[in-house]
Design a protein around this ligand. Structure first.
Ligand code: NAD
Length: 466
C-alpha cells in the first residue's frame, strides 16, 4: 500500500519542508534480507557491576557466533566474559564511534541508586546510535525478585526503555528482556531477533524469557523440517507469514476460505507449501486441519492469523456484524486449539501464535466487536500459556498485536483516521506485513521455548494503549 507522505519526506526537499513545519520525519527502516549478516554495524556491550555474571556470559556466548564488531567501555567487567567466550572486544575510546546496537546487562542492578549505571552507559552514547539502531536491556523479572529494592530497580527499567524508544527516533527501537534466573541459555532466539533488522517495527516491548529445554539449532534454517499451518494465508499479513516461515525452512500448510482458492494456490506453490481450503468457523475445521497435519506427521506450529473487521459504532452495529467478528477472530481459534490439543495433532514443542491487535489493548472507536475479539485472544493466550507450562510437552503459546500495518484492511480506513494511525508511533510510519511475519517466525522457532504467554506488539511503539 502506498505511503505518499512517507515517500515525499525521503526526498531532500521533502525533508526540508517537514523539518521546517515540525512534521513527522519517517526514515526508511532496515529490514532483513536472506544472506545478510544479522547485525550490520558495531555493537556496544555493557553490564552493571555485581556478583552474578550469568547474563553477561550468555551475551558473550551468543555474540561469539554472530561475527559482529564488539566494543566495551574501559574497565567494564563484561570484557572478561566476552574474552572467555573467545570474543575480542575493542575499547570504546573514540568519541566518534557509532553503534548499530547498544546492549546492556542490567541484571545486577539491585536498588534505585544503582540505576545510575544505566544512565551513565546510555547517556554517553545517546547521540551515537545509527539509523535503524537497536537498544536492548536485559534484566530480571521484577515479580520474581523477593527483595523490594531489587524488584523496584528492575521494574524501573521499563520506564527507561520505553522513553528511549520515544526519544531516539530515526527508526531506532528499544526493548527490555526480563530473563528468569537460570533461563539465560534460552536467550538466543530473542537476542538475535531484537538486535537485528528482523525486529524493524517492534519497539518499547517488555519480553519475558523463562526456563525451557535448550535446543540445538541450525540458525541458517531454524524452521527446517517443521510443518506449520497459517490461517488466512492467501493475502496480506498471512501471506507474508507463510513466505517468511518457508524462507526459514518450514513446510507451510496455507489455509484460507474456498473463495480465496486462486490466491492461496499461488502463494502455496511459490513457497512449495500445500493448501487447505477451509472456513475456520465451520464445524469440521478441526478435523480438516488434523487430516492435513496427519499427512505430514503432525503440526509443529499453528499461526492463527485469519481475521476480519466489521466496523460500526455500537449503536449502529447489527447483530450479524457482532457475531461474525467474534466467531472468526476468537471463538473459532479457541475451538480449533481445543481440538488440536485434545487430539494430539500438535507435536511436542509445538508453537501456537495468535494474531491479536493493539485495538484489543487500547480499544477503538467503531470497533467494539473487533476489540472484544482481539482482547479475548490475549485472554486465550494467557490462560493457555498457564496450561501448557503444566503439561510438560514443551509447547508454547504467544500473541503478536500489530498496530498500523499497510494492508488491504488498513487501506479501507478513511484518509484522516488512516493518516493519524500511520503517524502516531515512534517510527512515524505504518509497518509492513513482513514485520509481523518476522516476529511470528521468532515466536514459532524451536529455539523460543522460553517464550510462553507473551503478547508482543508490532506497532512501532504506537501511542495507542501504550
Ligand atoms: P486481510 O483481510 O488482508 O486477510 C485476512 C485473511 O483471513 C484473508 O485471506 C481472509 O480470506 C482470511 N479469512 C477471513 N475469514 C476467514 C475464515 N472464516 N476462515 C479462513 N480464513 C479466513 O487482513 P490482514 O490485514 O492481513 O490481517 C491479518 C490479521 O492481522 C487479522 O487477524 C487482523 O485482525 C490482524 N491485524 C491486522 C492489522 C492491520 O493493520 N492490517 C492490525 C492489527 C491486526
Amino acid at each position: 500500500m502506498s505511503d505518499r507522505y512517507g515517500d515525499f519526506v525521503q526526498s531532500s526537499i521533502g525533508k526540508k519542508v517537514a523539518k521546517n513545519l515540525g512534521l513527522p520525519l519517517p526514515v526508511g527502516l532496515d529490514r532483513f534480507e536472506s544472506g545478510q549478516r544479522l547485525i550490520r554495524g558495531s555493537v556496544l556491550v555493557g553490564a552493571a557491576t555485581g556478583e552474578d555474571n550469568r547474563v553477561s556470559q550468555a551475551i558473550a556466548r551468543i555474540f561469539s557466533e554472530l561475527h559482529a564488531e564488539i566494543f566495551v567501555n574501559n574497565n567494564d567487567y563484561v570484557k572478561g566474559a566476552l574474552a572467555d567466550a573467545g570474543v575480542e572486544a575493542k575499547a570504546n575510546t573514540a568519541d566518534d564511534n557509532k553503534f548499530k546496537v547498544l546492549l546492556f546487562d542490567a541484571s545486577n542492578i539491585s536498588n534505585a541508586s544503582e540505576l545510575k549505571q544505566v544512565y551513565e552507559f546510555f547517556h554517553a552514547v545517546a547521540r551515537r546510535v545509527e539509523r535503524s539502531g537497536r537498544v536492548v536491556i536485559i534484566g530480571r523479572p521484577p515479580e520474581e525478585c523477593d527483595d523490594i529494592e531489587f524488584a523496584l530497580a528492575q521494574r524501573a527499567l521499563e520506564g527507561f526503555i520505553k522513553s528511549v524508544g520515544k526519544e531516539f527516533k530515526r527508526g531506532i527501537t528499544a526493548q527490555l528482556i526480563y530473563v528468569a534466573e537460570d533461563a539465560e541459555q534460552n536467550l538466543d532466539s530473542t537476542l538475535r531477533f531484537f538486535t537485528s533488522a528482523r525486529s524493524a517495527y517492534v519497539s518499547g516491548q517488555v519480553i519475558r524469557v523463562d526456563k525451557a529445554n535448550a535446543i540445538d539449532i541450525d540458525w541458517a534454517q531454524p524452521l527446517g523440517g517443521k510443518t506449520m499451518l497459517v490461517t488466512g494465508a492467501s493475502r496480506g499479513i498471512g501471506e507474508s507469514i507463510a513466505r517468511v516461515l518457508a524462507r526459514e525452512g518450514a513446510h507451510v500448510i496455507c489455509l484460507d476460505v474456498p473463495q480465496q482458492q486462486a490466491d492461496l494456490q499461488k502463494v502455496a506453490s511459490e513457497i512449495s507449501g500445500s493448501t487447505l481450503l477451509v472456513d475456520i468457523t465451520s464445524d469440521d475445521a478441526g478435523a480438516q486441519v488434523a487430516d492435513a497435519a496427519e499427512k505430514r506427521g503432525g503440526l509443529d506450529a499453528i499461526i492463527h492469523n485469519a481475521g476480519v473487521t466489521r466496523d460500526k459504532t455500537l449503536a449502529n452495529m447489527d447483530e450479524q456484524k457482532w457475531d461474525m467478528v467474534i466467531n472468526i477472530n476468537l471463538a473459532s481459534i479457541a475451538k480449533l486449539d481445543r481440538y488440536l490439543l485434545d487430539n494430539d495433532v500438535l507435536k511436542d514443542d509445538a508453537r501456537i501464535v495468535c494474531v491479536s491487535s493493539i485495538s484489543g489493548i487500547a480499544g477503538n472507536l467503531g470497533q467494539t466487536n473487533y476489540a472484544t475479539s482481539k482482547a479475548g485472544v490475549i485472554g486465550l493466550v494467557d490462560a493457555t500459556a498457564k496450561q501448557l507450562s503444566r503439561n510438560d510437552k514443551g509447547m508454547t503459546i504467544n500473541a503478536v498485536a500489530p498496530g498500523f500495518i499497510e494492508t488491504q484492511m488498513t487501506e479501507a480506513i478513511p484518509f484522516a483516521i488512516r493518516e493519524a494511525g500511520r503517524r502516531m508511533n515512534s517510527m512515524s510510519q505504518g509497518g509492513l506485513p513482513v514485520d509481523v511475519a518476522e516476529t511470528i517466525a521468532w515466536l514459532a522457532s524451536p529455539a523460543s521455548g522460553g517464550l510462553n504467554g507473551n503478547t508482543v506488539r508490532v506497532c512501532g511503539q504506537s501511542l495507542l494503549g501504550a
